[in-house]
Design a binder for this molecule. Structure first.
Ligand code: ZN
Length: 233
């Protein structure tokens, strides 16, 4: 059964773009939400409108389903600071055995804000690109965290909130393959050209897997996944 409407957490990265395509094949209507949390590099947020425009141009059948795009400020995370994603510092191992790219509370905060927006929009199905398979050890990407958050939000809103994470159990290579299944070469091209994964927000260097510094952990994960995907294709 096709559920009525979904709200996709859409950052402008590879994972959330694949999630958006996934939602467009499963829901009658799809809205998107992005968060400005004071990330150092605006290139991810800047990619969002380009990706939405590209999706509508390449997939007319999806264009009719795409509803409003929302952008919410969550600069509390920047005010708290301490992360290489919100402050100028080298990427390194940080406290608690986690890389300093970890932004504590981010996904729980994103999901809470998305659920609140969904409440106003009449949407109880949220879609996010969290993934446990080849993540950087972020505890808020774990399925247990997501499911517990869905439960807390359902109780807190007195609504049945469902959080869909289509990438949770697949690796980056399988994520590229999923993009191909959902939207063929046109979607793969769009993800390569327009989605931003790089922690440094680098748009100056073009690789076969897209733009990025090629050195940061996020670029390496994307590049390795793409190579594995191409080798299997
Ligand atoms: Zn990079």
């Amino acid at each position: 059964m096709i559920a009525a409407k979904a709200l996709v957490l859409f950052s402008g990265g590879q994972d959330s773009t694949v999630c958006l395509a996934w939602a467009l094949t499963r829901f009658a209507g799809v809205e998107t939400v992005g968060f400005d949390y004071g990330q150092r590099h605006a290139s991810e947020l800047a990619a969002r409108p380009r990706l939405l425009k590209g999706l509508m141009a390449a997939f007319p059948e999806w264009a009719g389903k795409l509803g409003p795009d929302h952008l919410l400020p969550l600069d509390t995370l920047k005010a708290i600071g301490g992360s290489a994603l919100t402050e100028k510092m080298a990427i390194a191992m940080g406290e608690h055995g986690l890389p300093n790219t970890f932004v504590p509370g981010r996904n729980v905060m994103f999901l809470t804000a998305a659920a609140a927006l969904g409440y106003r929009r009449g949407i109880a199905d949220l879609v996010g690109g969290m993934c446990e398979t080849d993540y950087s050890g972020y505890p808020d990407c774990r399925d247990q965290t997501i499911q517990a958050t869905a439960k807390a939000l359902s109780l807190g809103l007195a609504e049945d909130i469902r959080i869909h994470t289509p990438l949770m159990w697949i690796d980056k290579a399988a994520s590229w393959a999923l993009a191909g299944e959902l939207g063929g070469q046109a979607l793969l091209d769009l993800v390569v050209e327009e989605s931003v994964t790089c922690y440094e927000g680098d748009r100056s260097r073009r690789h076969d897997w897209g733009y990025g510094c090629g050195e940061c952990p996020a670029c390496k994960l994307r590049a390795d996944g793409y190579a594995k995907f191409r080798a299997a294709a």
